[in-house]
Design a protein around this ligand. Structure first.
Ligand SMILES: Cc1cc2nc3c(=O)[nH]c(=O)nc-3n(C[C@H](O)[C@H](O)[C@H](O)COP(=O)(O)O)c2cc1C
Length: 394
């Protein structure tokens, strides 16, 4: 969604400046073209070479002496969005009064682009009436403030003031570019691999990392949807997602079925165990007891329950195959899903744990669309584009 968009990243002098390198990377991964402008203090914390290597362009660090006779107006007019991360108390105060004494603040003043500000500072500085007033002034300018979070601050102190995570800031930037075409939609996403306990120590599990489901949830939030993520894995940092954490297939079934009547769309990206041990030992099975026999029984058919909901939500299913994806068409029909996303998890760069995926879409009518290898986030965008198309089809 940020593909080809021109983003100016302003970096100021706080410890969180090291995280700006991650932010630059995240924005580039999403297709943005990133140029960096740094204050003098920022360079005490992170070097220009880091940003030059990540973005492919030397950061702007001063108003004078550069090849460009007017770097602030060049950059300000080039920008489609300016994101300042971290934003120190000092820079926030300068922006509040419209001061333009360095390359960063001059660029902001010389631009008509929307501005995103991610403050980072000690709790005392954040709570100070001067900072509170300055932040409110920036909101009055129409700037978007990505609120700092509680956590460990410089010097080991703990409190509010830690810069928001780069992924949250990148989502905020991306949301400025994307029309909230999913506003008003309630969507459920399942993610991760369930764990079926054998005894208090061991379980039957699978290799699903939850990354695909997390990307689907994150993209839906960025497009304006209300998202419930039922997950057996680590959820994303995005705070706008409602998360229900589960461990077993039974817990996932209960969480899904209790909330499915509210949903317009259900994307079932979790890898749910098909079988579970009939009984779970209350104490650890010991080797000395000999080789145990574990009797398995079927887990609940979560998809069936979703399918029987009235009115039925649009259902997106996943099929993790090994080898050919030819079975996917019959599987889509058998499962009665509107869209089946099939991938060969044995293939390099595709499936469990990887950042990328190569998928085939099989629609309810049997039509098929194959994709090249994409980031999981791009796959998520394609899924939501397809779902939005299905909603408008007669
Ligand atoms: C070790 C250290 C850490 C600092 N961290 C922060 C910070 O997180 N937030 C902040 O507002 N100022 C912080 N400061 C103070 C700023 O660096 C200082 O106000 C500087 O003038 C900011 O300039 P700039 O906004 O032009 O980058 C820190 C200073 C030091 C020495």
């Amino acid at each position: 969604m940020a593909g080809g968009r021109r983003v100016v990243l302003g970096v100021t002098g706080g410890v969180a400046a090291y995280k700006s390198a991650y932010l630059a990377r995240r924005l580039m991964e999403r297709g943005a073209i990133v140029r960096v402008v740094m204050t003098e203090a920022a360079q005490q914390f992170v070097g220009t070479a880091t940003f030059a290597a990540i973005t492919g362009t030397e950061p702007v660090t001063c108003l004078f002496g550069d090849e460009d006779v007017s770097p602030h107006t060049t950059l300000g007019q080039w920008a489609e969005v300016i994101v300042i991360a971290p934003a120190t108390a000092s820079t926030i105060s300068k922006l509040a009064v419209g001061e333009s004494s360095n390359a960063l603040t001059a660029t902001v003043l010389a631009s008509r682009a929307p501005v995103v500000v991610a403050p980072a500072m000690h709790t005392e500085m954040w709570d100070h009436p001067a900072t509170r007033r300055n932040v409110e002034t920036l909101r009055g300018h129409g700037y978007t403030i990505v609120e700092p979070e509680p956590g460990i601050l410089a010097g080991g102190d703990v409190g509010i003031g830690r810069m928001a995570e780069p992924v949250t800031i990148a989502d905020t930037v991306e949301a400025l570019f994307s029309a909230p075409d999913m506003a008003g939609l309630n969507v459920m996403v399942t993610a991760g691999g369930t764990r079926e306990p054998i005894d208090p120590v061991r379980y039957i599990g699978n290799r699903s990392s939850g990354k695909m489901g997390n990307a689907i949830a994150e993209v839906a939030v960025a497009r304006g949807a209300k998202v419930l993520l039922v997950t057996a894995a680590e959820p994303p940092e995005e705070t706008a997602i409602e998360v229900v954490t589960v461990e077993t297939a039974d817990e996932m079934a209960e969480a899904v079925w209790s909330r499915i009547p509210e949903m317009d769309v259900a994307v079932m990206a979790a890898a749910v165990a098909d079988f579970k041990p009939l009984t779970t030992g209350s104490s650890k099975i010991r080797r000395a007891e000999g080789i145990p026999e574990i009797e398995l029984v079927e887990t609940p058919d979560i998809l069936k329950g979703v399918h029987e909901t009235e009115p039925r939500p649009i259902i997106v299913g996943f099929a993790a195959e090994t080898g050919s994806l030819d079975a996917a068409v019959s599987k889509a029909k058998a499962k009665g899903v509107d869209l089946l996303v099939a991938n060969d998890v044995a293939k390099e760069g595709s499936g469990f744990g990887s950042e990328t995926n190569e998928v085939r879409f099989v629609f309810g009518d049997g039509s098929v669309r194959d994709f090249d290898l994409m980031s999981k986030r791009e796959v998520a965008s394609e899924i939501w584009d397809a779902v939005m198309n299905l909603r408008t089809e007669p």
